[in-house]
Design a protein around this ligand. Structure first.
Ligand SMILES: CCCCCCCCCCCCC/C=C/[C@@H](O)[C@H](COP(=O)(O)O)NC(C)=O
Ligand SMILES: Nc1ncnc2c1ncn2[C@@H]1O[C@H](COP(=O)(O)OP(=O)(O)O)[C@@H](O)[C@H]1O
Ligand SMILES: [Ca+2]
Length: 547
């Protein structure tokens, strides 16, 4: 900070106290002028950024600056503002700076400071100097297209946007076009075919994971369509999307927001959007026999999470509590599913799901250049060897990111990375209800949920799943050749599964909170050379860097 050349330096009055105020290209700081007759404490001389009497705000976290009208009602609070006396006896000219204040648990708030100047000329000079610095921050969005799902979560999307987010956007001089959706897939279809995307710097999603998924699908389809790329072809390289997506959490789980920002707070997300933060994300493409099905950025879950979602959709009217009711019901039903999973392991350079390294914005592994990753890949002898696992599973989960959410603050896979080109594949084999409960409860405390003999976790680049009932004759022959006759096999299921009426049990996939009824799927994490680097989220955080 000391090394930054000073752009402006004056003695101004803040809250009735005279301060040395300094603007550099990186910081705005103010420090109370200490009377030399008073004893100097270590705190006010060498203190941290916000020692008593000393404040420092990074320019990139200034939301707005405006000249303050003195002796007239404040535009923000609608009350008459008290003008503090400054020693020069002149208190007519002031400006107010709104800036990000970091509070507990990754939350951000918008704070304000009013600085009083001895004359109007100096006041205008300060306003202009700060505005010039803000104008250099070209990553900040100026025009946003906002989609609100009025029925997400507790149905508060519209209110959350109007009361908490719109005032922040307006203070930051961001213009918006707002669309309140009228039906499912309204936002997706609008983005796909109608929206004039050239007009915007980003898209904002007010809703949950399902709504985010809708918007992401709309943007990707539109970009591929405009570029003549066939999305249905599994080997086709996708064209990067030029627009960022910001998320204002107003859904039931809000895992994509929570895992990228560290909390599900609309004001925090709005402020991240304003300052232009972005976070690249891995995106999985899901196909069935070369036909494109969907993309996923958070959870792909078959068995337990697929069944919870399927059951909860019928209870939408309950709001977020539907997941608790369906969770208990699904847990008690204790269904297991038989099938084959094959996967292509990721190379070791991207860590392991149990290495306890938490991915944060600016994470080293996610920033590894693709060229370096390639070197590791060449050295890794197992890189193209598919591994095959057959068995009976209560849950098969693939997490492209941690999937942290208020219900599970560390997430389904606490060490999964946001943008490393891999997903963590978690296999929970058939076990007793008590064991499964122990495993589930570990998602809510500090214990390792993978430290069970019936749980396996792999970091993968691709995987395939085929439920037992969809396996081809040749796959079944292979199974028989391995020693289990199919007759014996079915007898075994009947013995082990009390509710069984000999009909094979089917689940569906939970794909970022949307039901995917297909059982057999092929999944590939799109490498950053494709487009994960280019769908930044407007609300990820630099704060997340601090682990
Ligand atoms: C008996 C004790 C059980 C405690 C279990 C805690 C585990 C919680 C782990 C939750 C991981 C959720 C991953 C996120 C999924 C979202 O995409 C999806 C959809 O979210 P949305 O409703 O659109 O915000 N939500 C669910 C529950 O499937
Ligand atoms: N106006 C609307 N009416 C009904 N459904 C909608 C509307 N807008 C979006 N949806 C759909 O609602 C579903 C859930 O949305 P989401 O915002 O994720 O809420 P939640 O987190 O409660 O599931 C998504 O599948 C989305 O496509
Ligand atoms: Ca990942």
């Amino acid at each position: 900070m000391e090394k930054q050349p000073r752009l402006l330096c004056s003695q101004l009055s803040v809250g009735g106290r005279v301060c040395d105020v300094t603007l550099s290209s990186s910081f705005l700081s103010w420090r109370e002028v200490v009377d030399s007759s008073k004893k100097r404490t270590a705190a006010n001389v060498y203190g941290p950024l916000k020692a008593a009497g000393s404040h420092c705000v990074p320019v990139c976290e200034i939301i707005a600056i405006q000249e303050t009208e003195e002796d007239c009602p404040s535009t923000n609070v609608g009350k008459w503002q008290k003008v503090p006396q400054n020693p020069a006896g002149s208190n007519q000219h002031a400006f107010t700076v709104s800036y990000v204040e970091r509070t507990l648990k990754h939350r951000w708030r918008c704070s304000e400071v009013t600085l009083h100047c001895p004359d109007r000329k100096l006041c205008l000079q300060w306003v202009q100097a700060i505005r010039e610095q803000l104008a250099l921050l070209t990553i900040r969005p100026k025009r946003l297209l906002v989609y609100i799902n009025p029925h997400g979560g507790k149905q508060r999307g519209k209110r959350i946007y109007e009361q908490k987010v719109a005032p922040i956007f307006s203070r930051a001089s961001i213009t918006t076009d707002v669309i309140v959706t009228e039906r499912a897939n309204h936002a997706r279809d609008h983005l796909k075919t109608e929206a004039d995307l050239k007009k915007y710097d980003g898209v904002v999603c007010v809703g949950g994971d399902g709504m985010f998924s809708e918007i992401m699908h709309g943007l990707i389809s539109r970009t591929q369509c405009d570029s003549g790329v066939d999305q249905s072809c599994a080997d086709e390289t996708l064209i990067p999307c030029g627009l960022r997506i910001g998320i204002i959490p107003a859904g039931s789980t809000d895992c994509i927001c929570y895992a990228t920002v560290g909390c599900n707070d609309p004001v925090t997300s709005a402020l991240h959007i304003v300052v232009g933060d972005s976070q690249p994300l891995d995106v999985c493409s899901v196909h069935q026999n070369n036909a494109f099905l969907r993309y996923s950025v958070s959870l792909l879950g078959y068995g337990f999470y697929g069944d919870v979602l399927m059951d909860s959709e019928r209870k939408r009217w309950m709001g977020p509590a539907r997941y608790d009711i369906s969770g208990v019901k699904t847990f008690l039903s204790h269904r297991y599913y038989e099938g084959t999973i094959s996967f292509l392991p990721a190379d070791g350079s991207v860590g392991t799901p149990r290495d306890k390294i938490q991915c944060r914005s600016g994470c080293n592994i996610c920033q590894l250049p693709s060229a370096d990753k390639a070197v590791y890949k060449v050295e890794d002898k197992n890189k193209d060897v598919w591994q095959v696992i057959r068995g009976k599973f209560l849950a098969i989960n693939a997490a492209c990111m941690s999937c942290a959410c208020p219900r599970s603050p560390k997430g389904l896979s606490p060490s999964a990375h946001l943008a490393d080109g891999t997903a963590d594949l978690i296999l929970v084999r058939k076990c007793s209800r008590l064991d499964f409960l122990r495993h589930l409860l570990r998602h809510t405390n500090k214990n390792d949920q993978f430290d069970h003999p019936f749980v396996e976790v792999y970091r993968v680049r691709q995987f395939r799943f085929t439920p037992r009932y969809q396996e081809t004759d040749s796959e079944l022959d292979l199974r028989e050749a391995e020693g289990s006759s199919s007759k014996h096999f079915f007898t075994q299921i009947c013995r082990e599964h009390q509710a069984c009426s000999c009909a094979p049990t089917h689940s569906s996939w939970n794909c970022d909170g949307e039901i995917l009824p297909h059982g057999a799927i092929q999944v590939s994490v799109q490498g950053e050379q494709k487009w994960s680097k280019n769908i930044p989220m407007g609300n990820s955080s630099s704060e997340v860097v601090q682990s």
